[in-house]
Design a protein around this ligand. Structure first.
Ligand SMILES: [Zn+2]
Length: 413
C-alpha cells in the first residue's frame, strides 16, 4: 500500500467532495473508533476515501518530488542531477551486486535514485546539473524514513529529455532567524564568519567505529589492535544578516566545502589550518540540509547535506525576482525583497572585487563545479557496506555524528 500522509488524503477528499473539514474529521474519527486498535489514522482516512469513491491516485503522471510516496509504482519524475555517488559493489549473505545512486532535485525537494546492478551503468552517462527524467521507478522508504526511488528492469532514465527546461532546485530558502528544530531540506545562503579547527577522531579502518587507546595501541572492540583511520568534523558559523548559526560539516560535506580530498584533510591533523580558515572567512556559500537540536548546548545547529561553494549570483537574482513577483501578486509590496536583492548584489560585487585582487591568477570555478560528485575513499567503501547497502555516505556521516556526539561534544569548541 502506498504510504500517504493523512493530510494528503484529507486534501484529496476535500477536493473531490463537498465535505467540510469538520465533516471529514468526524468521518475519519468514526472509522478509527469503529476499528479501534486495528488501523492507523492513515488507514482510517484511506477507508473513508474509498467509501466516498475518492481515488487517491488516478493518472498520477509526472510527480513533483515532494509528492512521491513510498509504495508508488510507475513513478515518473523530472529533476536536476545534484550529486552522483560512486558505484559500489556489495556482498551480503543473500546477495551480491552493484548499486549506483544519485540525487535529483526540483522546486519541491530532493530525492535519491537507486540504480541496482545493470541499471547502475546509467551513472556513467550522468553529470551534475543535467536534467533527467525517470520513468517507471518505484518508491520505497529506506530505514531512515526517507523516500527513495529505485530503478528496476523496466525503469528508464532519460538524460536531457526533449523539451525539458532548466529546473530551479534547492530546499525551501529560509532565514537563519526563522529556523526551527528538526527542519529538513532547508536552504541557507550566507557568509562564513567564523571557522574552527577541524576535529579529528580515530576510527577503525575495518568497521568505522571509534577506537580507544590502550597502552599506546589503538584497539577496536571488534577488530582488536588496528592502525586507526580518521574521521573528522568541521564547525563554522554562517551569517545571513538575520542571525548566525553553527554549521556542522561531517566528513563528506567538509570535503565539498574545502574542495579537498579525504587524504588532504587528514593531512591537516598535524599542521596549521589557519590559512584555510582565512580563505573560508567571508565566503558566500549555500547549504541545503537539516537543523538539529544540540541538547548539550541547547542550541539549534545546521547539518548540510548539499554544499554549494560558489552560488550562482544570476540564479540568486532570478530567485529574488520571482519572489518579488509572488509578493506583488499575493499582497502589497513591502520592499523587503527588493532590499534583500540589493544587498545580495552588493555582496556579490564585494566578493568579486576581493577575489579578483587576491586570487587574480585563479580562475573562478565554473558553474558546473558547484556540486562535487562524490569521491568516496576506499575505507569509506568498506565501512559503508557494513552499515547498509544504501545511503552509504550519509550513514557514514551519521555514524561520525553519533560517535562524536556521544563522546566528545564538550571538547568540540
Ligand atoms: Zn573495528
Amino acid at each position: 500500500m502506498i504510504k500517504v500522509p493523512v493530510e494528503i488524503i484529507f486534501d484529496k477528499i476535500k477536493q473531490k467532495t463537498n465535505l467540510s473539514d469538520a465533516d471529514i474529521k468526524v468521518k475519519i474519527k468514526k472509522k478509527l473508533d469503529q476499528l479501534s486498535g486495528l488501523i492507523s489514522e492513515e488507514g482510517a482516512a484511506h477507508i473513508v476515501a474509498n467509501e466516498l469513491g475518492v481515488k487517491l491516485f488516478e493518472d498520477i503522471g509526472q510527480l513533483q518530488i515532494k509528492n512521491i510516496l513510498p509504495g508508488m509504482r510507475n513513478v515518473e519524475v523530472l529533476g536536476k542531477v545534484l550529486r552522483i555517488y560512486d558505484i559500489r559493489e556489495f556482498e551480503t549473505e543473500n546477495r551480491k551486486g552493484k548499486l549506483g545512486s544519485f540525487v535529483i532535485g526540483d522546486e519541491t525537494g530532493v530525492i535519491r535514485i537507486l540504480a541496482w546492478n545493470d541499471k547502475s551503468q546509467i551513472l556513467e552517462k550522468l553529470k551534475p546539473e543535467q536534467i533527467v527524467k525517470i520513468e517507471n521507478g518505484y518508491a520505497r522508504e529506506n530505514n531512515r524514513g526517507k523516500t527513495e526511488v529505485h530503478l528496476g528492469d523496466r525503469s528508464k532514465v532519460l538524460v536531457n529529455p526533449a523539451g525539458a527546461k532548466d529546473i530551479q532546485t534547492g530546499g525551501r530558502r529560509k532565514n537563519i532567524s526563522g529556523l526551527q528544530e528538526n527542519e529538513d531540506n532547508v536552504e541557507l545562503l550566507g557568509t562564513i564568519v567564523q571557522v574552527f579547527d577541524p576535529r579529528y577522531f580515530e576510527i577503525c579502518p575495518e568497521c568505522g567505529k571509534r577506537v580507544r587507546e590502550k597502552e599506546g595501541k589503538w584497539v577496536c572492540d571488534t577488530h582488536k589492535e588496528i592502525v586507526p583511520s580518521y574521521a573528522y568534523v568541521l564547525n563554522l558559523f554562517l551569517d545571513d544578516g538575520t542571525d548566525n548559526i553553527r554549521v556542522v560539516l561531517w566528513r563528506n560535506q567538509a570535503q565539498r566545502l574545502l574542495q579537498k580530498t579525504d587524504e588532504e584533510i587528514v593531512d591537516y591533523k598535524d599542521k596549521s589550518f589557519e590559512e584555510i580558515k582565512n580563505e573560508l572567512l567571508g565566503k558566500i556559500v549555500k547549504f541545503v540540509g537539516r537543523t538539529s537540536k544540540n541538547e548539550m548546548f541547547g542550541r539549534i545547529e545546521f547539518i548540510p547535506q548539499i554544499v554549494i561553494v560558489n552560488p550562482d549570483p544570476e540564479e540568486e537574482i532570478r530567485r529574488l525576482d520571482e519572489e518579488v513577483k509572488k509578493v506583488i501578486q499575493e499582497k502589497p509590496m513591502e520592499g523587503s525583497v527588493e532590499e534583500e536583492k540589493e544587498d545580495y548584489r552588493e555582496e556579490v560585487d564585494e566578493e568579486q572585487v576581493v577575489s579578483s585582487t587576491e586570487e587574480n591568477n585563479v580562475p573562478r570555478a565554473e558553474k558546473t563545479d558547484k556540486i562535487e560528485p562524490q569521491q568516496a575513499s576506499d575505507d569509506e567503501e568498506e565501512s559503508s557496506t557494513n552499515t547498509d547497502e544504501d545511503e552509504a555516505e550519509e550513514a557514514q556521516d551519521n555514524l561520525d555524528e553519533e560517535i562524536l556526539s556521544l563522546e566528545d561534544l564538550e571538547s568540540l569548541e
